[in-house]
Design a protein around this ligand. Structure first.
Ligand code: PMP
Length: 408
């Protein structure tokens, strides 16, 4: 039903305006107010750093090692049916913010099942993982709070720190001793924030040691498990579960529903009193329209599917490790993955862009990270392992990446 009707969305003949003619809309008359944008654009061109949108066809024949669909659930028929059924039952949109009309029984179900699955007391679903991180950081801090943030953290945690107006100390990457030092002697509230799996290199944070450093200082720990949910821990219960920290009363975690669960949205998980505090104070929750029912239905169906098929989680890590081992055996430089993200070094931004383009031309979609998205200035191909990749596809992927690799 949705698969059949979707293509017609691309072919609407209704005029956009009543007097629309066949001619394409003309370029507006430009004033001078945005001339500075042309200069910024020219600078981006000179630096070879232009980004543009490329629509993904519904029936792409590319082998996908670029998306975050780690478990292959975004197009799983059961998941898309769950999303469609939720839209039919509750509507295309949530119709309002969660505190007004935007909470359905389905939101509550997802929150209960997500919290139970990951081993936390309560959960709160938001419109994205980005919004979840803003909510958690800002609601758990005040201007006098000390925030200690890992140097490799995702932009959404960084933006949360900025919005919080709390004093933020950036700790060296994955360094629990530095976090311990930063927290020592601080009198008052403190919160350490870290990704569980860092999105650029796919390495994992030393969670037990970080939790210990926080415990010693009486500080709270916030962990963004965007890349751990569905991949790490028993049956994909996440990095906190794997670290023995699920349900810890001083730990809060955020997840996205848009990677392993193949849907869209985010959530904060933690002690019930923390979640209740977020409901009452987190601006990116309160002033945002609730997550669309289709996304809730898709995520809930994917979560149930994962509970039924827990082997998907371990398979994603196994594929990542195999990719890494075979690429390094072929002489490429890659970071040993702790989860499903595999990062392969490229000698320069230009080489990375060309490498990714050559892979694409050969039928393989890979991610390409380069400055300014990478603070350390190192350009990489970013591969995402998928639990549903066959051995033959793995062979093809490795063969293509090696054959197109730039000379060093
Ligand atoms: N945290 C991390 C580590 C991420 O990689 C992402 C997604 N790129 C997010 C948060 C944001 O999640 P969402 O895409 O659901 O907003």
């Amino acid at each position: 039903m949705p698969q059949d009707t979707a293509p017609s969305l691309l072919h609407d003949t209704t005029p956009a305006t009543p007097d629309e003619t066949a001619a394409a809309p003309s370029r507006p008359v430009y004033g001078a107010a945005f001339d500075w944008i042309d200069e910024a654009r020219a600078a981006r061109h000179r630096a070879g750093l232009v980004r543009s949108l490329r629509p993904r066809p519904a029936d792409s024949r590319l082998l996908d090692l670029a998306s975050n669909d780690y478990l292959g659930l975004a197009r799983h028929p059961e998941v898309t049916r769950g999303a469609a059924a939720a839209a039919h039952r509750w509507g295309a949109g949530a119709t309002g913010s969660r505190l007004v009309t935007g909470s359905t029984e389905l939101h509550a179900r997802l929150e209960a099942e997500l919290a139970a699955f990951c081993g936390f007391e309560a959960a709160l679903v938001l419109s994205s993982g980005y919004a979840a991180n803003l909510a958690a950081v800002t609601a758990l801090t005040a201007p006098g709070t000390l925030l200690v943030s890992d140097a490799g953290n995702h932009a959404s945690l960084i933006d949360g720190c900025r919005l919080s107006r709390a004093r933020t100390e950036v700790a060296p990457h994955a360094d629990p001793e530095a976090v311990r030092e930063a927290l020592t002697g601080h009198d008052g509230r403190a919160l350490a924030v870290t990704d569980a799996v860092f999105s650029v290199d796919g390495d994992a944070a030393p969670l037990p040691a970080l939790a210990e450093a926080c415990r010693a200082a009486g500080a709270a720990l916030l962990v963004d498990d965007a890349h751990g949910l569905g991949v790490l821990g028993e049956g994909g219960r996440g990095a906190l579960w794997a670290a023995g920290l699920a349900g810890d009363g001083d730990v809060v975690t955020t997840v996205t529903l848009s990677k392993s669960l193949g849907s869209q949205g985010g959530a904060v998980l933690g002690p019930a009193r923390v979640i209740e505090h977020l409901v009452n104070t987190a601006r990116s929750f309160i002033f945002d329209t609730g997550l669309a029912p289709a996304a809730v239905g898709g995520a809930l169906t994917a979560l149930r599917l994962l509970r039924r098929e827990p082997q998907r989680a371990a398979r994603a890590v196994q594929v990542a490790r195999e990719l890494h081992d075979r690429l390094t055996a072929a002489g490429l430089s890659a970071v040993r993955p702790d989860a499903a993200v595999v990062s392969v070094r490229a000698p320069s931004p230009e080489a990375a862009v060309r490498w990714a383009a050559d892979c694409r031309a050969a039928g393989l979609a890979v991610g390409c990270f380069r400055p300014p998205s990478v603070p350390d200035g190192i350009s990489r191909l970013r591969l995402t392992a998928r639990a549903d990749l066959t051995d033959a596809q793995l062979d093809t992927a490795v063969g293509t990446i090696v054959a197109t690799a730039p000379a060093v």
